[in-house]
Design a protein around this ligand. Structure first.
Ligand code: MG
Length: 203
């Protein structure tokens, strides 16, 4: 499986990193080695001094497809979860400055912890899903899918023009504002509509 991540999908987050608001979805990928096995701690990598958390809603793909029309995109995912797009912000800044690809800053081992999923049919309105990240019991990020620049269906239509989606792939749909640095000993808990779906410690 592969993990596709959308960047800059919330205006307030694009602005906090001083990035322009995109006209088309921006995406990048993480390999399956970026997943964090359940119940494992996350080990702070030794190659960064500025590891940022980005809490994001995650779609689970349930049907193979390419060139998917936006109006049929909803048939291609059936579960929604929450994950952390860990980012080595110092390495990313270096890559951006030199115009280089971002993989070392984004795609490293365990850079994509993902929690349990909820059936899509449990949500009354996919354009109004509230989610949050607590670190050490303090709310650090709060988001709502209504603030996304590109909807789930628009993301699937766009990405599948370039890359075939397969059953079991994940799509990270972008982070709201409030990203920040991670520290050793932090305790992460992520929620959708008040349900805790992901928890781990940083070691
Ligand atoms: Mg992200």
């Amino acid at each position: 499986m592969k993990i596709i991540c959308i960047g800059r999908n919330y205006i307030a987050h694009a602005k906090e990193l001083k990035n322009p608001v995109p006209e088309k979805p921006v995406f990048f990928m993480k390999p399956d080695t970026a997943l964090l096995p359940k119940k494992n701690p996350f080990f702070y990598p030794d190659f960064t001094n500025d590891l940022h958390f980005e809490a994001e809603l995650v779609l689970k793909i349930c049907k193979n497809g390419r060139h998917i029309e936006e109006e049929f995109a909803h048939k291609y995912y059936d579960e929604i979860g929450i994950g952390i797009d860990f980012t080595a912000r110092d390495l990313q800044a270096e890559c951006k400055q030199k115009g280089l690809p971002w993989e070392i800053a984004k795609a490293f081992d365990q850079s994509a912890p993902v929690g349990s999923f909820l059936p899509k049919d449990d949500f009354k309105n996919l354009n109004n899903i509230q989610f949050s990240l607590l670190i050490n019991n303090e709310t650090r990020q709060e988001g709502n899918s209504k603030d996304m620049i590109f909807s789930f269906d628009q993301i699937i239509a766009y990405v599948s023009k370039f890359i075939t989606l397969r059953i079991g792939d994940y799509i990270f749909t972008g982070t709201p504002k409030g990203v920040g640095p991670t520290k050793i000993d932090d305790h992460f808990e992520a929620f959708i509509e008040g349900k805790k779906l992901l928890a781990f410690n940083v070691k």
